[in-house]
Design a protein around this ligand. Structure first.
Ligand code: ADP
Ligand code: MG
Length: 286
């Protein structure tokens, strides 16, 4: 393989320069981290499963009109995406109390929330990704009012859609985290895309029957084999054969490599909807 330039080495993924300008390759690593990277492990097969799960969910979202960065899968660990200017926010939406919400507000884990709760976190590892609100976002210019509005709308829509999708395969979508990014049109107009990944690394998913946690909390809370949970999710989504691609803690590379690629023609053909710009707001340059 030719040498590719690494643009960013993240905790869960490596970002390479893509084959064409405006594209990137996301390589999904087997690394797991928690508690601000204080807890670490390499878990065979995690990258393959997250790559497939995220590609599948992005494709589904694209099909209901959510613009995403996903273009197509390249191989079992890599996908081609559109390069965006990441908005430095994590948008979290919660349907059921768990994790930091339960802790911070002393709400019993598993409490069904009477309405989805939206939260923003500032993406800044050094600060431990602190929670922020709309005022911080405006004051510090992380997003403008139009972008914020669009992100909120998209997040609710994604939540509704994914709740149904997971309920249909016996899973409860407890909460999840999204990242968005901008691309600029010919005239400097701004388009917002869903970026990063949607995987059990950043979605809480519980078995609807047993309540078993199938997501990254298995790792955080030492609840047994992480990849076993991810595999169950991928199996129910129909993305890996029954019995999975991990055998005795090792990935069956041959079987994993033989899985079909996930195509998303829509990503390239879609006509994007630009954001309105406030009067007097000059189009921004790339
Ligand atoms: P982190 O350790 O920061 O969570 P990851 O391992 O998740 O990083 O790697 C992905 C990084 O790439 C994130 O910082 C994410 O914001 C960024 N990213 C995701 N999708 C895109 C994209 N389409 N264009 C540019 N950057 C992206
Ligand atoms: Mg990340």
């Amino acid at each position: 393989m030719s040498k590719r330039r690494v643009l960013y080495e993240g905790k869960a993924k490596t970002i390479y320069e893509g084959p064409e300008p405006g594209t990137l390759i996301q390589y999904f690593k087997d690394d797991a981290t928690a508690f601000n990277a204080q807890k670490k492990a390499v878990i065979a097969g995690k990258g393959v499963l997250n790559n497939r799960i995220s590609a599948h969910l992005m494709t589904k979202l694209e099909s209901i009109g959510i613009p995403t960065h996903f273009m197509r899968s390249l191989n079992m660990r890599e996908q081609l995406v559109r390069q965006v200017e990441i908005i430095p926010l994590e948008v979290v939406i919660r349907n059921i109390a768990a994790g930091s919400l339960s802790k911070r507000l002393a709400v019993k884990e598993g409490t069904i929330l009477t309405q989805p709760v939206l939260e923003f976190y500032y993406k800044k590892d050094e600060l431990g990704d602190p929670m922020v609100n709309e005022h911080h976002i405006m004051t510090f210019g992380w997003a403008d009012p139009y972008e914020l509005d669009e992100m909120i709308h998209m997040t609710y829509r994604i939540n509704d859609y994914l709740n149904g999708l997971f309920a249909g395969i016996g899973l409860r979508l407890v909460d999840f985290k999204l990242e968005f990014g901008r691309i600029y049109g010919e005239y400097g107009e701004v388009y917002l895309l869903l970026a990063d990944e949607i995987s059990p690394d950043n979605c809480r998913l519980w078995d609807a029957q047993t309540g078993e946690k199938l997501d990254k909390d298995r790792f955080r809370e030492d609840l047994g084999d992480l990849v076993e949970g991810y595999q169950k999710i991928a199996e129910r989504l129909g993305l890996v054969p029954k019995g999975g691609i991990i055998e005795g803690g090792n990935i069956n590379e041959q079987l994993a490599a033989s899985l079909g690629e996930i195509e998303n023609e829509l990503a390239e053909k879609r006509k994007l909807r630009g954001l309105k710009m406030s009067p007097g707001n000059k189009p921004r340059k790339v």
